[in-house]
Design a protein around this ligand. Structure first.
Ligand SMILES: O=C(CO)[C@@H](O)[C@H](O)[C@H](O)[C@H](O)COP(=O)(O)O
Length: 199
């Protein structure tokens, strides 16, 4: 295989999952509308995940808190992945599976939005975070890959249709940028924000 073929194949493997996102336009629009309703009601976006999704959580938060597009309103958002002291203290006494759930119990409010990110692997701490968020009344959104099982029970599940964790990660970046864009579209048309969109 030549290097050129390898590069082509690498991009071909990414084309279909990327295209498949558009097929989920309705699910993405419903999630965006529900998020915009929560922001409009004073809710904040709380994001979490592991490994690369840990940094993605911070990427998502900065997109909302400090929009790169001039003129767009800053919206309250924070990641639960940046404070190593809190993460390690919780992991030491309550176990790694509790590192997001424990923070949500203390920091979250019922009108907030919880966004859990995973490439599709076994991530008990993200599942626990979403489960506790749901118990507290938060809107729950799961951005996942693989079989999408991680998001089971969440209000909105957005799945990258690929078992390849690298490709899932790339699709996620596109999806959360679209989430940001569309939340602002709804925000700029408050008439659309009267009621939360059903799943
Ligand atoms: O960035 C990547 C893959 O693109 C990896 O670091 C990946 O995030 C880590 O292996 C994570 O621990 C995977 O966890 P998950 O997203 O499958 O829950």
């Amino acid at each position: 295989m030549t290097a050129r073929t390898a590069v082509r194949e690498a991009f071909d493997r990414r084309t279909e999952p990327g295209r498949a996102v558009a097929a989920d336009a309705d699910a993405i629009a419903r999630a965006c509308h529900a998020m915009a309703v929560r922001f409009h009601a004073g809710g904040r976006l709380i994001v979490f995940g592991n490994g690369g999704a840990c940094t993605d959580a911070q990427h998502v938060a900065v997109e909302f808190v400090h929009p790169v597009v001039v003129g767009k309103r800053a919206l309250p958002a924070f990641a639960l992945t940046g404070d190593v002291a809190t993460l390690t203290a919780i992991a030491r006494t309550e176990g790694f599976d509790e590192v997001y759930a424990a923070q949500l119990r203390t920091l979250a409010r019922p009108d907030d939005i919880a966004l859990g990110l995973s490439d599709g692997g076994p991530c008990a701490n993200v599942r626990r975070g979403l489960a506790v968020a749901a118990e507290m009344g938060l809107l729950t959104v799961a951005l996942t890959g693989g079989d999408g099982d991680m998001g089971r029970g969440a209000d909105h599940v957005l799945r990258a249709r690929t078992a390849d964790p690298l490709v899932a990660k790339e699709v996620h970046v596109t999806v959360y940028h679209v989430l940001w864009e569309l939340v602002h579209v709804f925000f700029e048309h408050p008439g659309t924000l009267r009621r939360e969109t059903a799943r």
